[in-house]
Design a protein around this ligand. Structure first.
Ligand code: BES
Ligand code: ZN
Ligand code: ZN
Length: 484
């Protein structure tokens, strides 16, 4: 799909399908739709065929009450309308950005929301369908945001940003949706290399087993022992200028069987999702050169499979993390924290970070706490917490503040090592996992841990994503970097 902004009124629109967003004002299109029972409620759609225009079809989409409209709701309305346009065979689809909406969010942000809504609403993953031609033919070719001439600059800016952001999200979704035997640690490394080749401002380094051994990353080495695919430690760097360095870490378990603490089949079914943090980092880096925030960003991905091979780490084994702390691995299914421990130690020791943020599909417990749509946000710094909360709000990705409760730290004590990788007792698993990670950062460096176990993967179709990888974290991080 291509995206453009045009300073054109509805009369002059020369595509085949027009999307009209409405608060219920009784204009011509609304009246036509109302005759079919349309009320303009949020989520409501009506397809009408007005006389006297060059386009044949108008999709009227309800936004509900103006005072209740959020960016997320605007995106959802456009997504539903664009999907309908696509299903009806629309190829050149216009969407009217009214003054009312542009004034509420600003021209640029409103246009961005329209493009993000259309792009993510129409996202599909069809690479493994046998009839590629048929899949291609179904797609909308062009999405045109119609605006008044005076707003063209702002709207064009928003259209461009929306395009870069939604491509980055789709990039991450593709990686998650791809089968796990494709997206191995080596595959993710190649993706990172390709991103670096595409921009002079992005560089990439890949560490294999020998460098990882040399660095003393006992967590990553331990978890990788059961797998035949080689582990990789992927490092990307974006030079945006400015004085700050933000380190983003993504959990890259390319498949989580649980290891010897094997998962039951029904829990394993979706475990290709366990590199969604890594996919988010790669998605973010795919868009950084174009969005060009003035900040330096480092991306770190500890990548391995978690498999129960003959040499797999055993419950009771002790490993030493890069920062020197020893961990008794009592449950090999708590592998994410082991590889993140090394990545956070590396960030702390080697990168002189101003901020560290990790994205990880870390715990089922976080899903129990917050459900499937909301990520858990833990941070050791109030300002970082506030900034990420604000970025989440304006990006439409939902997070909720979770506590790094010191009272629970003793639950991670091991009788024979510094720490054990699971807590005593069965409650508060998202919190104890976050506390475990906190052992590998410097308390003086602002750090946030975002547990994306719930929102990384949609088990059913959502307004902005079909079943599968959602690309969660990409929009939040890009918005955060933009606002720095
Ligand atoms: N990758 C899982 C967490 C997960 C579960 C993500 C469901 C997405 C959906 C993680 O490695 C894991 O297995 N965590 C265990 C930790 C436990 C053994 C302490 C869990 O949550 O059960
Ligand atoms: Zn696991
Ligand atoms: Zn996992």
């Amino acid at each position: 799909m291509t995206y453009t902004a045009k300073p054109t009124g509805v009369r002059k629109f020369d595509g085949d399908t027009l999307i009209v967003l409405t608060f219920g004002a009784k204009d011509d299109f609304f009246s036509l739709a109302a005759a079919e029972g349309f009320e303009g409620l949020p989520g409501e759609l009506s397809v009408v065929h007005p006389q006297g225009y060059s386009f044949s079809r108008v999709i009227v989409a309800g936004l509900g009450k103006k005072s209740d409209l959020t960016v997320a709701k605007l995106e959802a309305a456009v997504a539903a309308a664009a999907r309908r346009a696509q299903a009806l065979g629309g190829k050149r689809v216009g969407c009217v950005l009214t003054d009312e909406i542009a004034n509420q969010f600003g021209s640029s942000k409103a246009a961005e929301a329209i493009v993000v809504g259309a792009a993510l609403g129409c996202y599909t993953f069809t690479r493994h369908k046998s009839d590629q031609k048929k899949e291609e033919k179904k797609k909308i070719e062009e999405c045109i945001v119609l605006t008044s001439a005076g707003r063209l600059a702002g709207v064009s800016q928003g259209v461009a940003e929306g395009k870069h952001i939604s491509s980055a999200v789709a990039f991450a979704r593709d990686l998650v949706n791809e089968p796990p035997s494709v997206t191995t640690p080596s595959y993710l490394s190649e993706v990172a290399r390709t991103l670096a080749k595409a921009s002079p401002r992005v560089t990439c380094e890949i560490f294999g087993k020998s460098e990882i051994t040399h660095l003393g990353m006992g967590g990553l080495l331990g978890i990788a022992r059961g797998a035949s695919a080689e582990q990789k430690f992927i490092k990307l760097a974006y030079q945006g200028g400015g004085r700050k360095t933000i380190v983003l870490v993504g959990k890259g378990i390319t498949f989580d069987t649980g290891g010897l603490s094997l998962k039951p089949p029904e829990h394993m079914e979706t475990m290709k999702l366990d590199m969604a943090g890594a996919a988010a980092i790669l998605g973010i880096f795919s868009a950084l050169p174009a969005l060009a925030p003035e900040v330096n960003v480092v991306g770190l991905i500890p990548a391995t499979e978690n498999m129960p091979g003959p040499d797999a780490v055993k419950p009771g084994d002790v490993v030493t993390i890069m920062n020197g702390k020893t961990v008794e691995i009592l449950n090999t299914d708590a592998e994410g924290r082991m590889v993140l421990a090394d990545a956070l130690s590396y960030a702390t020791a080697k990168m002189k970070p101003d901020v560290i943020i990790d994205f990880a599909t870390l715990t089922g417990a976080c899903m129990v706490a917050l459900g499937q749509d909301i990520a858990g946000l833990f941070a050791n710094d109030e300002k970082l917490m506030q900034r990420l909360t604000a970025a989440a709000l304006s990006s439409g990705e939902m997070v909720w503040h979770m506590p790094l409760a010191e009272e629970y730290r003793e639950l991670l004590k091991s009788p024979i090592a510094d720490l054990k990788n699971i807590s005593s007792g069965k409650y508060g698993g998202a919190i104890t996992a976050a506390l475990f990670l906190s052992e590998f950062v410097d308390g003086k460096v602002p750090w946030a841990h975002i547990d994306i176990a719930g929102p990384a993967f949609a088990e059913k179709d959502l307004p902005l994503a079909p079943r599968g990888g959602t690309g969660f974290g990409v929009r939040l991080a890009l918005e955060y970097l933009k606002q720095l």
